[in-house]
Design a protein around this ligand. Structure first.
Ligand code: URP
Ligand code: ZN
Ligand code: ZN
Length: 469
């Protein structure tokens, strides 16, 4: 029994056309106009709707031990929330501590991923560069199929690495063909500012933002891109928030460097007035980098429109109000991060496509295709082609939803987009050839999500297979 999606406008990163799509055995088997349903086929009428490749969120954290607690959404609940919003694949970060055996931590990560409801892979974090690190990185890439790594320039004393370690990790990544994802904030500047502010008796959430102003991010982005150029590594800067960072990325691209930038809905849609909320409510928005003052948002939108930035991820990591309370007396102890995997597509559609800032092709590219290409998952993911995984979103441009912690699929009592009304929602989501979401009904299966082993082979040019015979 297969699925036949009929009469929808199929939108890819390149073009769009009214076509039918037949799925069978978990993959797309036929794309053509006017296909007939086979015996037992489930037919989805997508008339008047758009049909996209399933969303790919390149930046999430599931059940991450972090800042003295563990983030709430795990592979089951976080994956389910993604599916409910049209994201069928996510990339988590496997993060060993500085003194851990990275391969042992990877085995643990594999274990905790077994409950996944959606397909996933990892970026392998490098949190120190020692004598075993090169061999761990080789194994991750060549034996485990993990073709991207992560370095943190922030979180000094925890995950953060020194410049000499960045150079070691980037040289090895270049050798093995891995992409280097980077959290770019100057760890020393942050530590100095945090201690200074706290020393002045400034304890509230808004001082989190003041301890990490945009030059902290601009400096680190520029430095790490220069180191990438020096070592030959391909850098992908995660969660970019500000004009200084965008400028550094644009300059790197101008000098011919292959490098990429990601931003997230919270940096596009919120400004730092959120930190003024009373009664510690600003803690929900404590994340790193922080939400920026007005002005930076427009720079980010323009960078998406013009192609300086390539992807929109979420940095999904949920902490409850109770967990955030760990930093009630000292902003340095508020667990950093917020959720977003369920809301990413609707927010970007409503605020990007509907007002004309982004075309539908850019929307698909930013939310799915480009990340699949950068992280070696294309064309299996991020494409509507014969043979690709049957991960498909039927998108109702007239459907609407009010985002709220009362109704979201996250394991969290807060949502930083509380009350946002969005027009443009998934009506049906197909993952691996199964209908996992239909008109508000989420039908996920614990353990159905698969680990996606990747290969760092060079990319082949994109092809839209319009029809098969
Ligand atoms: O505040 C954030 N972003 N928390 C998650 C960890 C990270 O830096 O991505
Ligand atoms: Zn980060
Ligand atoms: Zn993150």
């Amino acid at each position: 029994m297969g699925i036949l999606i009929k009469n929808g406008t199929v939108v890819t990163a390149l073009d769009e056309a009214i076509l039918d799509i037949r799925c069978g055995d978990g993959v797309i088997v036929q794309i053509a106009p006017d296909l007939d349903a086979g015996p037992g086929d489930e037919v989805i009428d997508a008339s008047g709707q758009f049909v996209f490749p399933g969303g790919l969120d390149p930046h999430v954290h599931m059940a991450l031990p972090f800042m003295g607690t563990v983030s709430l959404d795990d592979y089951e609940t976080g994956g389910a929330a993604g599916l409910a919003g049209g994201t069928t694949t996510f990339i988590d970060f496997c993060i060993p501590g500085r003194n851990d055996d990275a391969m042992e931590v990877l085995a643990d990560w594999r274990e905790k991923s077994k409950i996944a409801t959606a397909d996933y892979t990892y970026h392998m974090a490098v949190t120190c560069w020692g004598e075993k690190s090169d061999e761990w990185l080789r194994k991750a890439v060549q034996e485990e199929g993990i073709t991207s790594i992560k370095i943190f320039l922030a979180y000094k004393g925890a995950f953060g690495v020194e410049d000499s370690e960045i150079i070691g990790a980037m040289k090895a990544a270049a050798k093995y063909g891995a992409v280097v994802t980077v959290h770019a904030e100057h760890g020393e500047m942050v530590a100095e500012l945090q201690n200074r502010l706290f020393g002045e008796g400034k304890t509230e959430p808004k001082y989190h933002a003041q301890s990490r102003p945009s030059p902290v991010e601009g400096e680190a982005t520029n430095r790490v891109l220069m180191i990438a150029a020096h070592t030959g590594a391909t850098a992908y800067i995660v969660h970019m928030t500000c004009s200084e960072a965008v400028q550094a990325l644009a300059e790197a691209r101008e000098r011919g460097q292959i490098c990429y930038g990601e931003t997230c809905p919270q940096y596009l849609l919120l400004d730092d007035s959120v930190y003024e909320k009373p009664d510690f409510d600003g803690a929900a928005y404590v994340m790193s980098p922080p939400i920026r003052p007005k002005g930076h948002q427009e720079v980010l939108w323009n960078a998406l429109t013009s192609g300086i930035l390539q992807t929109v991820g979420t940095d999904h990591i949920t902490f409850s109000r109770e967990q955030k309370e760990m930093g009630r007396a000292d902003f340095r102890f508020i667990p950093n991060g917020a959720g977003g995997i369920q809301d990413r597509l609707s927010l970007l559609w409503h605020h990007g496509v509907s007002p004309g800032r982004l075309t539908r092709q850019q929307f698909v590219d930013l939310t799915s295709t480009r990340a699949a290409k950068i992280f070696h998952l294309y064309p299996r993911k991020g494409s509507i082609t014969v043979g690709a995984d049957a991960d498909i979103v039927v998108w109702d441009p007239e459907g609407s939803r009010t985002i709220s912690a009362r109704t979201h699929a996250y394991q969290n009592d807060e949502n930083i987009f509380e009350g946002f009304q969005v027009k443009g929602v998934p009506s049906t989501v197909v993952a691996n050839g199964h209908i996992v979401y239909r008109d508000g009904d989420l039908r996920v299966e614990r353990g159905a999500g698969r680990f996606l082993a990747r290969n760092p082979a060079p990319l082949t040019p994109p092809v839209l297979a319009r029809s098969t015979s």
